[in-house]
Design a protein around this ligand. Structure first.
Ligand SMILES: *Cc1c(COP(=O)(O)O)cnc(C)c1O
Length: 338
């Protein structure tokens, strides 16, 4: 039995999802003629109470397009120093949008309205122009942490006062909604653009959506085109996304429950120095000097358990749709044996 906790992107379509894909009605989406893509875009926009959505190949693409929409050359993006858009998108903010980045500190990857306010550049030719704030929820490198909605609301107010746009990297937004009981439509009300991923916890094989206003999404289509991201019979994979929105949202609670159970087990083990707070499906823990993370990952792999190192002495586990109850029992046995 191989247990893979490296990421929630590793899931394979379920038989029911595959069935939905095989029977999808498709057309040429470059001509706007794929009914399944259109249905997915409308469905997602409706869920969030936003005007429109654009289906794209990846969350990197939807984030990059989102930032591009809100900026021009020499502008600045304000975000946490652990943000995916900064750390893990290959420097794309520079090459796609020609912008600089103002990086903020903040507990568990979360920033505050006060941090944002203090980071806004003065109106002075020496400084770049602050244009957009980008939040990430849940925050991957913060250990799957979730924002309090009040803080988001305060950040929104600050953005309004200073004429800044607000973008959300919601690769795992559904995890945050399920964990906190917050509502999708509330998010649609405060963000100018939202990126959601169907290929993370929701278990679709491919795809992300950028949500926003009519004008933004119309422009986004042109930007997607120049990135080589306009596509043809994408309805086959969009069908998986529709299936995921219908069937795989509520069950995220099971992934959260498993992650929390693993956290409790880890707390009792002598090689674990600290287990970071676990709110969703991401669990980060720190090793004592019994192992360094290379040797620990190797040791896990010898037992067919796969995980990622996440900085010195830090290990990340991500629970997901394909991590079953049997995997859970086996994992706990392995962890206790090390
Ligand atoms: C996975 C992820 C993305 C998008 O990644 P792709 O692999 O490009 O789909 C964006 N933001 C966060 C926080 C992520 O975890």
């Amino acid at each position: 039995m191989v247990i893979d906790l490296r990421s929630d992107t590793l899931t394979k379509p379920t038989p029911e999802m595959l069935e939905a894909m095989m029977t999808a009605e498709v057309g040429d989406d470059m001509f706007g003629e794929d009914p399944t893509v259109t249905a997915l875009e409308q469905r997602a926009a409706h869920m969030f109470g936003m005007d429109a959505a654009l289906y794209c190949a990846s969350g990197t693409m939807t984030n990059q397009i989102g930032i591009r929409l809100h900026t021009t050359l020499q502008d600045e993006v304000i975000c946490h120093k652990y943000s995916h858009i900064y750390l893990y998108e290959s420097g794309g903010l520079m090459s796609n949008s020609g912008v600089s980045v103002r990086l903020l500190e903040g507990e568990r990857g979360l920033i505050t309205a006060a941090d944002v306010k203090a980071a806004i550049q003065p109106d002075d030719i020496h400084a770049p122009v602050s244009k957009v704030v980008s939040l990430e929820n849940t925050m991957n490198k913060g250990g799957g942490s979730c924002y309090d909605f009040e803080e988001i609301w305060a950040i929104r107010e600050t953005c309004h006062e200073h004429n800044l746009s607000l973008h959300l990297d919601g690769a795992r937004l559904f995890n945050a909604l399920v964990a906190t009981g917050q509502k999708a439509k509330t998010y649609g009300e405060v963000f100018d653009t939202i990126s959601i991923c169907l290929s993370k916890g929701l278990g679709a094989p491919v795809g992300s959506l950028l949500l926003g206003g009519h004008d933004d999404i119309k422009r986004a289509k042109r930007i997607r085109k120049v990135m080589g991201g306009a596509w043809r019979q994408a309805g086959y994979i969009a069908a998986a996304g529709l299936y995921a929105l219908d069937h795989h949202v509520k069950r995220l609670a099971e992934d959260h429950k498993k992650a929390k159970e693993i956290a409790e087990v880890l707390k009792g083990l002598d090689y674990v120095e600290e287990v970071y707070p676990c709110e969703t499906n991401i669990l980060i823990f720190k090793l004592t000097d019994k192992y360094d993370n290379q040797s620990f990952i190797k040791k896990l792999a010898d037992h067919d358990v796969h995980a990622f190192g996440f900085g010195p002495q830090l290990i990340r586990f991500v629970t997901h749709l394909d991590f079953t109850d049997d995997h859970m029992d086996q994992l706990i046995k392995v962890l206790k044996s090390l």
